[in-house]
Structures are given as structure tokens and as C-alpha cells.
Write a protein that binds this ligand. Structure first.
Ligand code: FMN
Length: 236
């Protein structure tokens, strides 16, 4: 374990494990660590798989040490004796960002051969939030079955699917919103502008003139509005 020394001290600290595996999407890992740094009272623990390091190099041109500098505490993926490998070590949540199919498979079958799958297994057995930002496409039936198994065990399956209804204008927009929704889902709320629904139609169409002839005795049903507004709830 390597401690960067910048993490908060004291009993109110919320430890968050961020595991980075070899699926495409290293940029989601970087953004997750950047946002966690801004959250008060959070201590981030980072584990990067060998393939995660290779993908980081390929996609961002980053060395693992550059990602490590964003975390409060760094663990080696082979260190199955690390603190986060034990359920007695208090952890608020764990995110696997991005999550490969291989690591999903290990988690779904409790195959704790490295620190990532072991820490994830511990997170599940302790009933703590575990989010898998799984990235693969297309998905065969075996992938879907593994996802079902992991979900039955309590994992949150959260593929990084862009929310186009937020009208993103850049990849950074897409990445930022995806990461914030993932953090929200494990109890680390950061979304500041929740979706309030589509805007209502600007002006109702002019009323049709009344039909000629006798006035009906029962009022016709009110027309349903073309748009809708959800004033309080967030949209998934
Ligand atoms: C550039 C690159 C992109 C990859 N993208 C994916 C992916 O999107 N999803 C996936 O499941 N595996 C992907 N892989 C394959 C995994 O890295 C590979 O299965 C690896 O063994 C996963 O190990 P890990 O889970 O320990 O990181 C990719 C590999 C490379 C080199």
C-alpha cells in the first residue's frame, strides 16, 4: 500500500475503492478519481490491473503513476493481503471503472485471484455498494448471464452508455455525466442539475371553433399534453 498523504484523517472518512481493469474507457477512471478528490471526507483507494495499465497507456498516453497521483492510497493488484481485501476494513463503496468481462467473470464466481476481484467479493459479502462500469459490445449470452449473476449478488451493473438527452457537446461532457451518475448510484451524490423533464410545448394550439349543431350534454375528455414535465425526479 502506498499512501499519497493527501487523504483525510479521522473516523468520518469515507473510503472509496476504485479498480481499473483492461476494458476500453480509461478516461472514466481518470474522471472518477478527479471527482472523488473534490468530495470532502473521501479517501480514494486505487487498484489498477496489468491490462488496465496497458489500456491507460494506449488510450490516454498515461503511465500508471500519473493515475496513482490522483488517488489517496494506491494498492498493487497482486497484493491480496491489502487492507481492502478484508471485510473488517471499513469501505463505503467500490467502483470497477471500467470493468472488463474477465473481471466481471471473476467477481460473479468469487474467483478472488487478484486484489480487484477479492476486494469486490468482500464488498458484496459485506453488503456494500459495488458498481461495475462494464464495457463490451455486442454481448453474448454468457456475458448476460454473468451480469445477471453479479446483479443477483448485489452488484450494480452500470455500462457507460451516453445520455444523449442531456445534449452533450463533447466527449468530456459524456464522460463527466456518466461518472457522476455512477457515483450518485453508490451514495456519493455529485449531480448538480438533475433532469427536470422535457420543456412543455411553447404555446397550445388555437382552440377549434365549436361545431355547429346541438351542444353535447357531457364534456369531451381534455386533450393530453404533447410534452411532459417531471418537476422533482431525476431521469434514468
Ligand atoms: C486496447 C484494449 C481494449 C480492450 N477493451 C476491452 C473491452 O472494452 N472490454 C473487455 O471486456 N475487454 C477489453 N479488452 C481485453 C481485456 O483487457 C482483457 O480481457 C484482459 O485480460 C482483462 O484483464 P483485467 O480484467 O484483469 O484487466 C481490451 C484490451 C485492450 C488491449
Amino acid at each position: 500500500m502506498h499512501h499519497n498523504g493527501s487523504g483525510p484523517a479521522g473516523s468520518s472518512v469515507r473510503r472509496v475503492v476504485v479498480a481499473v481493469t483492461g476494458a476500453s474507457g480509461s478516461v472514466y477512471a481518470r474522471r472518477t478519481l478527479e471527482i472523488l478528490r473534490e468530495l470532502p471526507g473521501v479517501e480514494s483507494h486505487l487498484v489498477v490491473s496489468r491490462s488496465g495499465a496497458a489500456t491507460l497507456r494506449h488510450e490516454l498516453g498515461w503511465r500508471p503513476s500519473q493515475l496513482a497521483a490522483l488517488a489517496d492510497v494506491n494498492h498493487s493488484v497482486g497484493d491480496v493481503g491489502a487492507a481492502i481485501a478484508s471485510g473488517s476494513y471499513p469501505v463505503a463503496a467500490m467502483l470497477v471503472v471500467p470493468c472488463s468481462i474477465k473481471t466481471l467473470s471473476a467477481i460473479a464466481t468469487s474467483y478472488g485471484a487478484d486484489l480487484i476481484s477479492r476486494a469486490a467479493d468482500v464488498t458484496l459479502k459485506e453488503g456494500r455498494p459495488l458498481l461495475l462500469m462494464l464495457r463490451e459490445t455486442p454481448l453474448h449470452l454468457g456475458h448476460l448471464r454473468l451480469m445477471t449473476t453479479a446483479a443477483e449478488l448485489g452488484a450494480i451493473i452500470a455500462p457507460p452508455v451516453p445520455a444523449m438527452y442531456r445534449l452533450p457537446t463533447s466527449i468530456d461532457d459524456i464522460v463527466d455525466y456518466t461518472v457522476r451518475r455512477a457515483l450518485d448510484r453508490v451514495g456519493l451524490a455529485t449531480v448538480e442539475d438533475p433532469w427536470l423533464g422535457l420543456a412543455p410545448p411553447s404555446a397550445p394550439p388555437p382552440a377549434a371553433p365549436p361545431p355547429a349543431g346541438p351542444v353535447p350534454t357531457s364534456a369531451p375528455a381534455a386533450p393530453s399534453p404533447a410534452g411532459f414535465v417531471r418537476p422533482t425526479s431525476n431521469r434514468s
